[in-house]
Design a protein around this ligand. Structure first.
Ligand code: 8X3
Length: 251
């Protein structure tokens, strides 16, 4: 029987590339995202490769989560790998000018959405004593930057929650990994800058950023290590990105 992977936010970027990677490697895939059109196109493309189930999922909406899990076909009920990829950054304003709605959406998606999906999938993993939860965190959870305020906070949550899961799952054959990408060119900046595509593309100008495929390869690799190996956290940046010294304000 094929192993089953559930990828949230599977309609584009890291999520889409991850779904493709697991499909090419013999996994049955569950594609979940808000955008049904894009999901269906991806499902169609992957159907010749593996078993696919695609369904709409809005992780910010508990009713959508209920409907999604209730409608999982029998063959997809036992989820071996959960990739919690659905997440977003909104805005780059300093905290005193940021929009509360943006903060609310990030918290609902990156924190509450990840919690809701994980809480639904974990009991089955515990019952079968098998599984791997792979969360997509961010370098922003480790390293603050101007305007990263609430986004960075949500990703710091993902890091600490991932560790907490490992503690709760002591003695179980269930793995938990937090992958923390740095600058990765997907729709991330288009979403952050609310489809100001010029502003979004300037983020990557003159660099070779990570791609969704780069991260998908790493997500697949952490799962393909021997079952007794748990990669706790893996932070990844493109070579063109690195740290800066502390900012010192001078009068
Ligand atoms: C993506 C990394 O630096 O754009 O999560 O916030 S960053």
């Amino acid at each position: 029987m094929k192993k089953v992977v559930l990828v949230t936010g599977a309609s584009s970027g890291i999520g889409e590339a991850t779904a493709r990677k697991f499909a090419e490697n013999g996994f049955a895939v569950i594609l979940a995202a808000r955008s049904e059109d894009k999901l269906n196109a991806l499902a169609e493309a992957l159907q010749s490769v593996t078993d696919v189930h695609a369904a709409r999922l809005d992780v910010t909406d508990p009713a959508s989560i209920d409907a999604f899990f209730l409608s999982l076909p029998e063959a997809f009920l036992h989820i071996d790998v959960l990739v919690n990829n659905a997440g977003l950054a909104l805005g780059l304003e300093p905290a005193h000018e940021a929009y509360m709605e943006d903060w609310e959406t990030m918290v609902q998606t990156n924190i509450m959405g990840l919690l809701r999906v994980t809480r639904r999938v974990l009991p089955g993993m515990v019952e079968r004593n098998a599984g791997h939860v792979i969360n997509i965190g961010s370098t922003a959870g480790n390293w603050p930057y101007p305007g990263g305020n609430a986004y960075g906070g949500t990703k710091a949550f993902v890091q600490q929650f991932s560790r907490g899961l490992r503690s709760d799952l002591r003695g179980k054959a269930i793995r938990v990994t937090n992958i923390e990408p740095g600058m990765c060119e997907t729709n991330f900046s288009n979403v952050r800058f609310k489809w100001d595509t010029e502003k979004a593309s300037s983020v990557y100008q003159g660099t070779q950023p990570l791609s969704g495929e780069d991260i998908a390869d790493i997500v697949y690799w952490v799962n393909s290590t021997p079952a007794h190996v748990n990669v706790n956290t893996l932070e990844v940046m493109p070579v063109s990105q690195t740290w800066a010294p502390f900012h010192i304000h001078r009068e």
